[in-house]
Structure formats: C-alpha cells, structure tokens
Design a protein around this ligand. Structure first.
Ligand code: AMP
Ligand code: MG
Length: 341
C-alpha cells in the first residue's frame, strides 16, 4: 500500500482534515498529529476500523485506546460521568482541556468493547492540536500512538512514515509535536474524604498541577502485584538497540569493544556523562542550561536518532524527577525494560 503524506498547512489545514475524514468514513485508519505524539486514528464507533488499528500496530487487544473528542460537551457521547464526580471532572476539563490530559471514566454502552479492551471505563481526551480536534468534531476518534506496538512513539510525520509507512493509506503532517510525550492519564474516584485522582500514566501535565484540583494517588495493584488498570505495560517505548538508564554517573563503567551512544540531558555540567567515554554518537535533549519541557519534546526524537546510529548500547542520563521529568524517567525506564526483550 502507498502511504500518502499530506501537509496540514499552517494557514489552511481544512483540506488535510477533509482527506482524513474521507478515509475514516470509508472504515480506514489515518495517522494524525496531536500535541503529545502522533496518533493512529479510527472512527471510535466503528469496531471494524478500530480492529484495523490493532492489526496495523500489532497491538495486543488487552491494551485499550484513547478516545478523542472535538468539544468539551462531547464527553457525554462516550462517557457517563457519575454525579459524585461531576465537580472534579468539570474542574479538570476547565483547567486542562484542550490539552494533554486523558480522563478514565465509566463508558457508555455503545462504545465498542474493542476500544476499551472490554473494560467498563473509557479513556477520553480533547487534544490541543487543531487538526486532531477538527477531525474529532466530525467523528469521535479512537487512537493509540502511531507506532508499532512497544516501540518509540512518533513525534513527527517522518517518524510515523518510518513506523507505519506502507501499512496505512494516509499520514497528516501537522508539524513536530508540541509536548512530545504521551498524555497524562488520570482516573478520578470518589472516596469518603472526597475526590482523588489515580495517576495511571505520568505525562506533560505534572502531578504538581493535578494536586491543585484533587489528591493524586498511585494506580491500584492487585494481589499478584499486577497493575489493575491497563496501559502500564512495563516494557514500552523501546528502541531496537539495548538501552540503559544511568542514575548516577559513577555507575557507568564502559566495556571494552562496545560502541556506545549517549542520550544526554544538558550535554555538560554536573551529572553529565559527556566525558565518561568516547561516544560513537551523542544526542543532547536540552543543550546548555537544561529545560525539562524542551527535553520532553525532544526525548523520543533523540532516542530515534540514537537507535538509527548503529551503536551497541544507548546510555541515557537520568533527569531530575520533578514536573515533566517524572514522565521522562517513566518513558526511559520502560524503554530500558523493553529493549531487553
Ligand atoms: P497509547 O495510545 O499507546 O498511549 O495507549 C493508550 C493508553 O491509554 C493505554 O495504553 C492505557 O494506558 C490507557 N487507557 C486507555 N483506556 C484505559 C482505561 N479504560 N483504563 C485505564 N487506562 C486506559
Ligand atoms: Mg503508545
């Protein structure tokens, strides 16, 4: 299959949106830009099209998709917000939609089970990217990241082409992703003491922001120590090259004869591994002073470059676990777990 690449022009992206909608109406799938990472979109209410998403991604059906809506008011099309949660949901939506926040809520019956992997809940978000929102206003979209399952998420149309070129009919190029990491996912719950937010996946909206709205707690764990809510698969975001995260510079002892690639945060300064060995390839996420938000935007891009550089091992420097640094370390640790498989 030839994959058509259509650029969503900054001034007029309507044509690109119309092309995407035409594919979706024909039961097809299309890669669309969002502010987090590119998504592989299908009509959320068309089970056959949703099945195609799983097939193209080689994604196991136990890993549910996120539903993208086009207006705040469309939340009711896919979810049933319990009365007791209305207030906290309103506050979250007012503060963070459109934006990189996904809410897990009880689902409406007509959302296909395949979208939610048979769960009674659905993950919903309203993207800040004009193109995704314009498409979702016409058709609610089910979309996971537009990469092969378990691999590095795409933050550019080029990266989508590398992942899925030849497998899907259309990719809409909406530029580089503004945030560069998958959305923050929370499941609001009511307790005797008031509402809480279970943080199912850290993302661009940090805990510090969520805390202003309600108490933030960890996901539930079952007796077997398996995370109850899906999507917390330990190995994910994995390059094909083995990756290690070095938490303290003194822990890195290079082995003779191996070609190492470095994923550095700032490129120099305290804690940097720049001088630790002769690197075959280096990528710096936020050169100079180091800004976590810039690092987050560039993380997957840099990982992709390192993966293509033909090194034996990718060494990732740890970043400080504050703000979006929590999400960055989450992705790096899972990338390390995944690359061992
Ligand atoms: P991806 O598009 O690859 O970022 O994957 C979407 C992720 O959303 C899944 O892997 C889950 O983490 C999460 N998710 C979707 N639906 C639910 C749900 N009903 N409950 C908990 N997490 C969910
Ligand atoms: Mg993904």
């Amino acid at each position: 299959m030839d994959t058509k690449l259509v650029v969503a022009d900054f001034e007029d992206w309507r044509e690109a949106v119309a092309e995407a909608i035409a594919v979706l109406e024909g039961d097809g799938v299309v890669a669309l830009p969002t502010e987090t990472v590119y998504g592989l979109a299908a009509d959320a209410f068309n089970a056959e099209a949703v099945a195609r998403v799983f097939e193209v991604k080689e994604r196991p059906s136990f890993d549910p998709l996120i539903v993208h809506i086009g207006h705040k008011r469309d939340l009711d099309l896919v979810a049933k917000v319990p009365e007791e949660l209305e207030e906290v949901v309103d506050e979250l939506v007012e503060a963070h939609w459109p934006g990189p926040l996904t809410l897990v809520l009880p689902k409406r019956e007509d959302v296909p089970d395949l979208v939610t992997s048979g769960l009674g809940t659905v993950a919903v978000r309203l993207s800040a990217h004009e193109v995704m929102r314009a498409v979702a206003r016409e058709i609610p979209i089910a979309a996971p990241s537009a990469n092969r399952f378990g691999r590095i998420s795409p933050t550019s149309a080029q990266a989508v082409m590398e992942e899925l070129g030849g497998k899907i009919p259309l990719v809409i190029d909406g530029g580089a992703c503004r945030d560069g990491l998958e959305s923050t996912i929370v499941a609001p719950e009511m307790t005797e003491k008031g509402p809480i937010l279970r943080l199912l996946r850290p993302g661009p909206i940090p805990k510090e922001e969520l805390r202003k709205i309600a108490k933030v707690v960890k996901p539930k764990r079952s007796k077997e120590d398996h995370v109850e809510a899906p999507g917390q698969i330990e190995s994910h975001y994995a390059p094909a090259t083995p990756l290690v995260v070095v938490e303290r510079p003194e822990d890195f002892i290079p082995e003779e004869g191996l070609r190492y690639g470095l994923l550095s945060y700032r490129g120099e300064g305290k804690g940097s591994l720049m001088e630790a060995t002769e690197w075959a390839h280096t990528e710096v996420m936020s050169p100079g002073k180091g800004k976590l938000a810039e690092g987050a935007v560039r993380l997957f891009y840099c990982l992709r470059s390192l993966d293509a550089a033909g090194v034996d091992v990718i060494v990732a420097e740890a970043v400080s676990e504050t703000g979006v640094g929590v999400a960055m370390m989450d992705r790096l640790r899972r990338a390390a777990a995944g690359s061992k498989k």
